[in-house]
Write a protein that binds this ligand. Structure first.
Ligand code: FES
Length: 107
């Protein structure tokens, strides 16, 4: 068990427990932080969009074509944009820092 850090839409950074094999979206959701995650991991919405801290970007497998397509449709895509449901936590990601994008705001 490790932890990730999640900065919410108010700019507050939370430390969240992280279990290998779970997606970063699930970790954020289970911690009770507001994340819309409308399709809940099916890679068919943009409401789990996060910005990955640049120092962590190279430690993640690159996005697949489906994720790339969705990221193109997000409100404010950046070079550091990822769908958090497509990032599977493992021990090498202990300490990962992501920031929620506006797309994640619940209705
Ligand atoms: S929850 Fe819909 S793409 Fe991640």
């Amino acid at each position: 068990m490790g932890t990730i850090r999640v900065t919410d839409l108010e700019g507050v950074t939370h430390t969240v427990e992280a279990e290998p094999g779970r997606s970063v979206m699930e970790l954020i959701y289970d911690a009770g932080l507001p994340i819309k995650a409308a399709c809940f991991g099916c890679c068919s919405c943009s409401t789990c969009h996060v910005y990955v801290d640049p120092e962590w970007l190279d430690k993640l497998p690159p996005p697949g074509p489906d994720e790339e397509d969705i990221l193109d449709m997000t409100a404010e895509p950046r070079d550091t944009s990822r769908l958090s449901c497509q990032i599977t936590y493992n021990d090498a990601l202990d300490g990962l820092h992501v920031t929620l994008a506006e797309d994640t705001r619940p209705d």
